[in-house]
Design a protein around this ligand. Structure first.
Ligand SMILES: C[S@@+](CC[C@H](N)C(=O)[O-])C[C@H]1O[C@@H](n2cnc3c(N)ncnc32)[C@H](O)[C@@H]1O
Length: 219
């Protein structure tokens, strides 16, 4: 028997068991799929909801808004009074996200920050309890430095698509994918051994890292 559990059939089976989006969120997910806009996978969305409810972050920062789907599901799981800032470089995406977040009644809790996420992060000062990286995968190293500065002690850093459909471990890679492979492998090596983070790499969705910012303490 093959000992790999993450087959396509297993993924489909897991997805069939998860709660499905309803109402406006379902419309957003369908719209994203129809327009080929990459939003987080269903199993990633389920994990994000659990993590936000567990960590109960009052302040969340997201890199990569797209149409605001993950921002919406995270915001809905935050404690009362929680706020979420999400950064998006594409003006059309940011506009769509603003409209969707308004339609969902989240416009007072979620702020869409327009511009390059790395530049925007450098301008932010108030710390966040949870940071979710889901923008340009080749920029993750740059985001890491700023995320460390902006995370509260014991804050949670979540990075999506870190396995990039298996590209990180591929031995033969097309020329056009070499840079992203090199950058992601470098990022993972750095994060997995970073003295300020306790990190777990999960084979969920397209690969996710969960890192907790260490709070001094005993090593
Ligand atoms: C995978 S999508 C985000 C999906 C979204 N988090 C969700 O699950 O609903 C990545 C988004 O990051 C944006 N992006 C790419 N490079 C960026 C950058 N340098 N700064 C900010 N946003 C960027 C893209 O325009 C795209 O909308």
């Amino acid at each position: 028997m093959d000992d790999r559990i993450q087959t396509d059939a297993m993924t489909e089976w897991i997805r069939s068991r998860l709660d499905h989006d309803e109402g406006y969120l379902l419309e957003m997910a369908l719209q994203a799929r129809a327009k080929h806009i990459p939003i987080c996978l269903p199993e990633t969305a389920a994990l994000l909801k659990v993590l936000v409810r567990m960590a109960a972050p009052m302040r969340i920062l997201e890199a990569g808004t797209a149409i605001g789907y993950s921002a919406a599901i995270m915001s809905m799981c935050q404690p009362l009074g929680g706020i979420l800032d999400t950064m998006e470089i594409d003006e059309d995406m940011a506009e769509q996200a603003d409209n969707h977040l308004t339609a969902l009644g989240l416009s007072k809790r979620v702020r869409v920050l327009r511009g390059d996420a790395a530049d925007t992060m450098q301008c932010l000062q108030t710390p966040y309890d949870l940071i979710f990286l889901d923008a340009a995968k080749g920029q993750y190293m740059n985001y890491l430095t700023e995320a460390l500065r902006l995370l509260t002690p014991n804050g949670l850093l979540i990075c999506d698509n870190v396995l990039y459909k298996g590209l990180v471990a591929a031995s033969e890679v097309k020329h056009k994918h070499r840079t992203i492979q090199t950058r992601l492998v470098h990022f993972l090596d750095e994060l997995l051994h970073h003295p300020s983070f306790e990190t777990s790499l999960l084979q969920i969705g397209d690969g996710i890292t969960l890192s907790v910012r260490k709070n001094g303490g005993n090593a």
